[in-house]
Design a binder for this molecule. Structure first.
Ligand SMILES: [Zn+2]
Length: 394
């Protein structure tokens, strides 16, 4: 075959693992051993009158497809794979209380327990949770050691709802929170966390609620509190407390916000705040449950939207963090589309000049004026009430 028959992507340079043109993925298939069961959606309940029960949305298949699309999809030349080390109990105490961790160890020893609604610790779950936490810590260490600029912790069970003292929303250990604390303990001065999972990253917010060293930003569906395991509202008034006042920015978005609305929120609200905060480490918390086809969300992002968000993150990290980004996997429950949207997000983070993979199913029309109005309101509220944003968002 002559040269001019080669696909253009084959002519792009294949960058080494230490540059911002390469993603180091941390993964261990032991995380597939967390079994969440069948039932009516995520309830674990068989009502007795349905012939077909479905897998719990947070099942191993969703992650299997993420692994395979990164291994065999067009992004694969940009990726190298790394094996993590599981977290130890003492690793967990930088974010979680001893009492809470003891309760999880006991639940595991007792053969399993329903920890809270939809959140089942079964045989194998605890080992998977320790692996997920260790995978995220291993990825952060890799960046801090200067071995790679962009690392992706491909993990389950997810973590961003897990608070210092309790589990919530399929999450036991706060993987991202542990990595953020590790970065601070290793000398990072300011860490920005940007969470685009469709649900409020309440656990991460709670962990750093009184700190001005961590700017937690969460874009989410306006779902409010969902009971004792999730008392936080995710509303625009949850700014943090004490020294941390102003360093938790919630961006609750209307259902159906879509690609244009998310891009608007990123450029109008998130980017100015991150620019002013000037972090030296970026933690990008991704959940594809903000997609147009997710059974657990209504935000209507498509691959194009995820790609745009990834590019904005790339630029912010380039301008402030010497290109360093830890990406942490959270939700995303459509078995096919979550994998495609992950692929698009990583294309964006790599700042590739053109899309590598086309969208197989996006077709929703967008109505962005409603979302824009909501985002303008959030922007003005933050500019008025957060001291460090006063000269930014006018
Ligand atoms: Zn979620």
């Amino acid at each position: 075959m002559s040269d001019h028959h080669q696909h253009p992507s084959l002519q792009l340079p294949s960058p080494s693992s230490a540059t911002s043109g390469h993603i180091n993925v941390f993964w261990d298939d032991g995380m597939l051993d967390h079994h969440t069961g069948d039932g009516v959606f995520d309830s674990g309940i068989d009502p007795g009158f349905l012939d077909v029960l479905e897998k719990h949305p947070e099942n191993a298949d969703r992650i299997r497809n993420m692994v395979s699309i990164l291994k065999r999809g067009p992004i694969s030349p940009y990726i190298s794979w790394h094996s993590p080390t599981p977290a130890t109990i003492s690793d967990l105490l930088s974010f979680h209380t001893q009492e809470y961790i003891d309760s999880l160890v006991k639940a595991d020893k007792d053969g399993g327990k329903t920890i809270c609604s939809g959140t089942f610790l079964n045989i194998g779950s605890w080992n998977a949770a320790l692996l997920a936490a260790g995978t995220t810590l291993s990825a952060m260490k890799y960046i801090l050691d200067g071995r790679g600029k962009i690392c992706y912790a491909l993990v389950r069970p997810p973590g961003h709802h897990a608070q210092p003292t309790q589990a919530d929303g399929y999450c036991f250990l706060n993987n991202a929170g542990l990595a953020v604390q590790y970065a601070l303990d290793s000398g990072c001065k300011r860490v920005a966390v940007i969470d685009i999972d469709v649900h409020y990253g309440n656990g991460t917010a709670e962990g750093f609620y009184r700190s001005d060293k961590v700017l937690t930003v969460s874009l989410h569906m306006n779902h409010g509190s969902w009971g004792p395991s999730h008392p936080q509202s995710g509303g625009i008034d949850e700014f943090g407390e004490g020294e941390g006042f102003g360093y938790n920015l919630n961006v609750p978005l209307p259902n159906g916000t879509g690609d244009k609305g998310y891009k608007y929120a990123m450029t109008e609200v998130v980017a100015p705040a991150v620019t002013k905060f000037d972090p030296d480490m970026m933690v990008f918390v991704v959940g594809q449950d903000s997609s147009a086809f997710d059974p657990n969300g209504r935000q209507c992002l498509t691959m194009e939207g995820y790609r745009d968000i990834g590019k904005i993150i790339h630029n912010l990290a380039d301008n402030h963090c010497n290109g360093r980004i830890l990406i942490v996997q959270e939700g995303g429950y459509h078995i096919t589309y979550s994998a495609y949207c992950l692929h698009a997000t990583l294309e964006g983070v790599l700042n590739l000049p053109y899309p590598l993979l086309s969208d197989p199913i996006a077709y929703y029309p967008e109505e962005d004026s409603f979302a824009e109005k909501a985002i303008e309101t959030i922007k003005h509220h933050q500019a008025q009430d957060v001291p460090f944003l006063r000269e930014v968002n006018h």
